[in-house]
Design a protein around this ligand. Structure first.
Ligand code: LLP
Length: 440
C-alpha cells in the first residue's frame, strides 16, 4: 500500500491519497497528466490505498466485536473495485441480480452478501437463494410472503432481516433520505413486531436479523444514534416475543467531505454507537454496516479536458469533455464536486496557466441546461487544460449513462506506482451491440 503523501506534498482536503507533488496532481505515486495522455479523457482514477484506508477506519471502529462490513456496491460496482474489497474480506450489499453476478465474478463470498431493495423479483430471489447469500433485507410484508414461497419451492429457507423505517431525519438531500415515514423504504416502526411474528410463522424463512437505513451523505452522528435507539427498542420487543435476532445492521455509511463537510471519522462514530449498544445490553450481537460512499467516494477523481472557454453576457462557460452522463450528481442532486487543475502554481490560488482567473460555470457537451458540473467556480483556464473533478469515486460511474451516445469513460485503479485499467473506454459499437436494424 502506498504511504500517505509526504509533508512536501500538498494533499487535497478529505483526499489523503490525492496530492500535488511539485505542482502536479497525483493519485498515490502516479501523475494524473501522464494518465490523461496515455488513456485520454474523461477518465476515472481510483486509489486502492484510499479505499483500503477508508475500510480500515470501519474495521478499527469494530475491533474486538463480531462484525461484518458489507460494501454497498451501488456506489461503484466496477469489477476492479469489487475485487479490492473482496480481497480485503469485505461482504457486499447488493440490490439486484446483476449486482450479485458482479460480486461473484469479482471473487466475493456469497455467504457475506446481503440483498437490499424494495422490489426484488422472484427470479432475483431464486438466483440469490441458489447462490447461498447471507441475508435478504426484506422491505415489506408482501415481499416476505413471496420470498417464503420461492424458498420453499427450492426446498430452502431464506435468511431474513426486516428493514425498519425508524422515522429519523438524517438532514441530507431529500432524494437520499430513506428513513422518514413518507419514504418508500422499510416497514413502519409500529408494524414491526407484528411483521416479525408473521415472518417467524412462514416455513420458507429463517429470521436472522434486523436492519435500518436512514439516508446517505450523513455528516452528523446524531441521526445514527437516534435511529439506533429506535431499532434497539424494537430488538428488545421482538426478542421478548420469543424471536431471536442474531444481527443488527445499521445500514449505510457516513458522508464524505465534498465541500468543507466534516463527517465524523468511522471509528469515532462507532465508538459512540458501541457505547450505546453496550449500555443497552446488546454489545454481544453481530453488527453489520453497509457503507458505500465513504469507502470509495474520495478515492476517485475524474480527469477531464477543457474543450472551449466561452465568455457570456452574464456568465463565462468552461466547457469540458466530461458531462452529466459521466458525472450525474450535480444535475440530479445539485451536488457539489470540487474542480481543480492538474497543474497548479503553488501559492494562494492554484493556476494551470498564466491566463487570468475568472468565474466560470463548468459545463459538459450534452444538450441540456442541466448538464453542469460546477457553478461559479474561480478558475484560470484555457482550451486544452486538464482538470480533476474530485470526490467522484462514488455514485458517478455506477450512475453513468450513454445519453447523447457518449461512451462510458475509462477507469483506472492506481496501487502505489502501478496502474491497472479496470474498464476500457466504451465505443459506439459497444453501445449498439444489442440493438438490431429492422427491415423497413
Ligand atoms: N444500504 C442501503 C440499503 C442503501 O440504500 C444505501 C444507499 C447504502 C447502503 C449506501 O449508503 P452510503 O454508505 O453510500 O451512504 N446516488 C446518491 C446516493 C444514493 C444512496 C442510496 N442508498 C448520491 O449520489 O448521492
Amino acid at each position: 500500500m502506498s504511504q500517505q503523501p509526504s509533508a512536501a506534498a500538498q494533499a487535497l482536503p478529505g483526499h489523503p491519497f490525492v496530492a500535488y507533488h511539485s505542482a502536479e496532481l497525483q493519485v498515490e505515486d502516479v501523475r494524473l497528466s501522464q494518465l490523461a495522455t496515455e488513456h485520454g479523457t474523461p477518465l476515472f482514477v481510483y486509489s486502492k490505498a484510499s479505499m483500503l484506508a477508508a475500510l480500515a477506519a470501519y474495521e478499527r471502529g469494530f475491533a474486538g466485536r463480531h462484525a461484518q462490513i458489507c460494501y454497498a456496491m451501488k456506489a461503484n460496482s466496477s469489477l476492479g473495485v469489487l475485487q479490492v474489497f473482496a480481497a480485503a474480506g469485505c461482504g457486499f450489499d447488493i440490490v439486484s441480480g446483476g449486482e450479485l453476478e458482479r460480486v461473484l465474478a469479482a471473487g466475493g463470498d456469497a455467504a457475506k452478501i446481503i440483498f437490499s431493495g424494495v422490489g426484488k423479483t422472484r427470479a432475483e430471489m431464486r438466483q440469490a437463494l441458489q447462490a447461498g447469500i447471507g441475508c435478504f433485507n426484506v422491505e415489506s410484508e408482501a415481499e416476505l410472503d413471496v420470498l417464503s414461497q420461492v424458498a420453499e419451492s427450492l426446498g430452502l429457507r431464506a435468511p431474513v432481516s426486516i428493514r425498519v423505517n425508524p422515522n429519523v431525519d438524517p438532514k441530507t438531500h431529500p432524494y437520499i433520505s430513506t428513513g422518514l415515514k413518507d419514504n418508500k423504504f422499510g416497514v413502519a416502526h409500529e408494524d414491526t413486531l407484528r411483521i416479525y411474528q408473521h415472518a417467524a410463522s412462514l416455513k420458507g424463512l429463517q429470521v436472522v436479523g434486523i436492519d435500518c437505513h436512514i439516508g446517505s451523505q450523513i455528516t452528523d452522528a446524531t441521526p445514527y444514534l437516534d435511529a439506533m435507539d429506535r431499532v434497539l427498542d424494537l430488538v428488545a420487543s421482538i426478542e421478548a416475543s420469543g424471536i431471536a435476532l442474531a444481527h443488527i445492521d445499521f445500514g449505510g455509511g457516513l458522508g464524505i467531505n465534498y465541500n468543507n463537510d466534516t463527517p465524523p471519522a468511522a471509528d469515532d462514530l462507532w465508538a459512540q454507537l458501541l457505547r450505546k449498544l453496550d449500555e443497552r445490553g446488546f454489545g454481544q450481537k453481530k453488527l453489520m454496516i453497509e457503507p458505500g460512499r465513504s469507502l470509495v467516494g474520495n478515492a476517485g477523481v475524474c480527469v477531464t479536458e477543457v474543450l472551449y472557454v466561452k465568455p457570456g453576457e452574464h456568465k463565462n462557460f468552461c466547457i469540458i469533455d466530461a458531462a452529466m452522463n459521466d458525472l450525474p450528481r450535480p444535475a440530479m442532486y445539485q451536488a457539489f464536486h470540487a474542480i481543480v487543475p492538474l497543474l497548479a502554481q503553488t501559492g494562494a490560488t492554484l493556476k494551470t496557466t498564466e491566463v487570468p482567473e475568472k468565474m466560470y460555470d463548468v459545463v459538459g457537451p450534452i444538450c441540456e441546461s442541466g448538464d453542469w458540473i460546477g457553478r461559479d467556480r474561480r478558475l484560470a483556464v484555457k482550451a486544452g487544460d486538464q482538470l480533476a473533478v474530485l470526490s467522484t469515486g462514488a455514485y458517478c460511474m455506477s450512475m453513468s449513462s450513454n445519453y447523447n451516445t457518449r461512451g462510458r469513460a475509462v477507469e483506472l485503479l492506481v496501487d502505489g506506482g502501478k496502474v491497472h485499467v479496470i474498464r476500457e473506454r466504451e465505443t459506439a459499437a459497444d453501445q449498439m451491440r444489442l440493438e438490431r436494424l429492422v427491415r423497413l
